[in-house]
Write a protein that binds this ligand. Structure first.
Ligand code: AR6
Length: 177
């Protein structure tokens, strides 16, 4: 089996352009779209994504922080979008770190349940939600590495970073033993 590190990559760029089985969206609980990567995904993927989000909300209500739901990728090169809701950073004493780890874990579980072999993540919560980037990179990479050690069906996890600082921090975490 390939080591978990060889199945993790960093890419500097736009996640809406990445051809994988599933891309992850840093959404909010309403699932009704927003700014940042959420806005970019809905713009590029078209109305089919929002229509499916509306059906999910009608069924279960919104998506709580740390949880994830899956929709079509619409017009995106990715087959699916996994929408997860990151924590807003409130100083670190409101379970922000646990919730961020749950985002990655629940997204990966949903990917496996939907037979996805390749998945791309943005740097969840590090934009509008102001989670410190270094801490977020540590949690993201640790959670993915631990998951890949147990789950062999995922062939590739790509961290698609929109800024050089996140790309560097994420790569540094991957390089750690
Ligand atoms: N591809 C990859 N990463 C991107 C892209 C893109 N096209 N666009 C932005 N990023 P944010 P959050 C990066 O603010 O902090 C939304 O309004 C961005 O540089 O998108 O989890 C939602 O609706 C940053 O590193 O998400 C929520 O209300 C990362 O994606 C709220 O923002 C996350 O930044 C969620 O806030």
């Amino acid at each position: 089996m390939q080591s978990s590190n060889s199945r993790i990559e960093v890419l500097l760029g736009d996640i809406t352009k990445v051809r994988v089985d599933a891309i992850v969206n840093a959404a909010n609980s309403s699932l009704m779209g927003g700014g940042g990567v959420d806005g970019a995904i809905h713009r590029a993927g078209g109305s089919a994504i929002l229509e499916e989000c509306k059906r999910i909300v009608a069924r279960q209500g919104g998506c709580p922080t740390g949880e994830a739901v899956i929709t079509t990728g619409g017009n995106l090169p990715a087959k699916y979008v996994i929408h997860t809701v990151g924590p807003v950073w409130h100083g670190g004493s409101h379970q922000e770190e646990e919730k961020l780890a749950e985002c990655y874990l629940n997204s990966l579980k949903l990917a496996v349940a939907n037979h996805c072999k390749t998945i791309a993540f943005p740097n969840i919560s590090t934009g509008v939600y102001h989670f410190p980037k270094e801490k977020a990179a540590h949690i993201a990479v640790r959670t993915v590495k631990e998951f890949l050690q147990k789950e062999t069906s995922i062939e590739k996890v790509i961290f698609v970073c929109f800024d050089a600082e996140n790309a560097l921090l994420t790569q540094e975490e991957i390089n750690k033993a």
